[in-house]
Design a protein around this ligand. Sequence first.
Ligand SMILES: C[S@@+](CC[C@H](N)C(=O)[O-])C[C@H]1O[C@@H](n2cnc3c(N)ncnc32)[C@H](O)[C@@H]1O
Length: 288
Amino acid sequence: MTDSTPDSAAGSRDPDALRRRAGVRGDPDRDQHFLVDDRIIDRIPGYLPPGTDTAHILEIGGGTGGLTDRLLRTGERVTAIERDPSLAAFLREEFSDEVEAGRLHVVEGDAVEVDLPEFSACVSNLPYGVSSPIAFRLLPRSRPLVLTFQREFAERMAADPDTDDYGRLSVTAGHYADVEIVEVIPPSAFDPQPEVESAVVRVRPRDPDYEVGDEGFFFDFVKALFTQRRKTVRNGIRNTAHISGLSDPEAVVDAVAAEDEDLLRARPGSLAPSEFAALTTIAADHGR
Ligand SMILES: C[S@@+](CC[C@H](N)C(=O)[O-])C[C@H]1O[C@@H](n2cnc3c(N)ncnc32)[C@H](O)[C@@H]1O
């Protein structure tokens, strides 16, 4: 196999050849860890939920294009956002046929800041330093997502109540979607290798099975209570008004006591999202 004929029998581009052609080593300080295990790259688009609309797939952090190549085989159109100008230029050149055909659009910019296009699904091996802000830009769009994160972040995102990993991230991500880990990736699948394991997460959007009037307040209230995760909800409400924005936390404690004393004795780590929602409704009615 030479650099000018880098394709596998199946026709997909070889990630090592892509990296050689791009002429980059990957800089961990710029969140550059390129996936070099073809079997994993081949599998990733297949984690999209069955029936996903693949008319326009968004990829954040195109890098040297290994995943971009597979996404172009999966979807009709791909937009790849890449912050590194030399990689954005490489992607445009490497995939010039697809760019010319209007199937690939490369956006050079910071995915935390650039306007995101309308997309039907997103598949990305995310830059880990900005996983959280990017995930919370994508989640409200209500589209299927297949995202690779640091494993620890993925576990916190997908965690259930009463587990060590359950927290603010689990409740806020779970507000938008069902989140599950579909594959753990070892550091050896990347070059340069990250220090920790990674995990691929499948996100299926759906409406929550509870109602919260004011989403912003719901998120602030959940954040506030998890800053006191070892305290009871009663003490959490009292101690975190500066975070939740409650003007009368004592009135909220009284109102919750009148409805469900058990909720006040619980710790945040054992409350289901629907219980946070119930607390939020009472708090909004009595303490703001
Ligand atoms: C973990 S690498 C993944 C590269 C490629 N998709 C792969 O799977 O091999 C993340 C990529 O995101 C780019 N990147 C880092 N920060 C970014 C940001 N804020 N916005 C857009 N791209 C970013 C890096 O230059 C790098 O190419």
